[in-house]
Design a protein around this ligand. Structure first.
Ligand SMILES: Nc1ncnc2c1ncn2[C@@H]1O[C@H](COP(=O)(O)OP(=O)(O)OP(=O)(O)O)[C@@H](O)[C@H]1O
Length: 281
């Protein structure tokens, strides 16, 4: 069976089974079961301190579970080091730290591609693959809408462009299961909207898990939402069903949506007050 067949033949890209994690005597993840299908986009939401980042750390191999299993396409990966998990096609993209600041956009992407192919093939095959890598890098540049910035150093990009490049490098590295930590944190509303569209486009056919606080991003991006409260997944369903779920409303979403609505009302009051002040002058 070819590597690509192996990658897609299992129905679930990622499974968590009875996962627990304690720090000292404190249980933080308290029995999580989750099955993410190939190609699904899943947002993990929940209150501060619920255990979302810890879950990501357990999946990516940064932390080892206290008990339970993590499976990638049906094969156990708990106990493996992060680089070994990465080699199997699961990558985590959280900061701009994966970028080489003094290399150009093109070179950063090509490094991602060559790292992926070069590590698996002999040096001669690596050299013969350079043309392919260049062509694929050009494709990625277009997909990321960074072709105008092709020769710019990564350190000179805007924050949103750096995040786009970072995701591009992750994809160039061959990952088909991608974990994104708060992908739009620090972006303006307009940048966020563009970025959601971009993420959707570049992750077509890939499995995406994201930890996100911004409900606009969650509802704009996710096929399914996993709600984590106090180390347990209390709901895993479509955005519509999660929004309507009374347990979720009570434990988390009610207060978050109320806060979002309150902020919108406050903002509209502030705008109205500014308008009135302006008219009175
Ligand atoms: N390495 C660690 N050692 C001890 N406690 C930890 C460790 N990492 C996380 N915790 C604790 O585990 C709990 C869950 O933290 P985690 O960062 O996973 O939550 P989160 O849902 O990602 O929160 P936030 O939304 O605020 O980022 C917190 O109480 C945190 O203090």
């Amino acid at each position: 069976m070819s590597a690509s067949n192996t990658r897609t033949s299992h129905p679930y890209a990622l499974e968590l089974r009875g996962l627990t994690k304690s720090f000292g005597k404190t249980p933080i993840i308290r029995g999580v079961d989750l099955a993410v299908k190939n190609g699904e986009r899943v947002a993990i939401i929940g209150p501060n301190g619920a255990g979302k980042s810890t879950l990501f750390n357990l999946i990516s191999g940064r932390l080892q579970p206290t008990s339970g299993e993590v499976l990638l396409r049906g094969a156990r990966i708990d106990g493996l080091k992060p680089y070994a998990i990465n080699r199997l096609g699961l990558a985590r993209s959280f900061q701009v730290s994966n970028l080489f600041p003094k290399l150009s956009v093109f070179e950063n992407l090509r490094c991602g591609l060559l790292w992926h192919t070069g590590a698996r093939y002999s040096f001669l095959r690596f050299l013969s693959g350079l043309d392919d890598a260049n062509a694929r890098t050009e494709q990625l540049l277009h997909m990321l809408r960074l072709q105008q910035r092709r020769d710019e150093l990564a350190m000179n990009l805007t924050y949103a462009e750096q995040r786009a490049l970072e995701i591009g490098v992750t994809i160039a590295g061959g990952a088909d299961v991608i974990l994104l930590d708060e992908p739009t944190a620090g972006m303006s509303r307009t940048e966020t909207d563009h970025f959601i569209a971009l993420i959707k486009e570049v992750t077509i056919g890939k499995t995406l898990l994201t930890v996100e606080h911004d409900m606009g991003v969650v509802f704009g991006l996710a096929d399914k939402i996993a709600v984590v409260v106090y180390g347990q997944v209390i709901a895993f369903d479509t955005p519509e069903n999660v929004r309507a779920n009374p347990a979720v409303q009570e434990a988390y979403l009610g207060s978050v949506l109320a806060e979002t609505q309150a902020n919108a009302v406050l903002a509209s009051h502030a705008t109205a007050a500014q308008g009135a002040e302006h008219a009175a002058r």
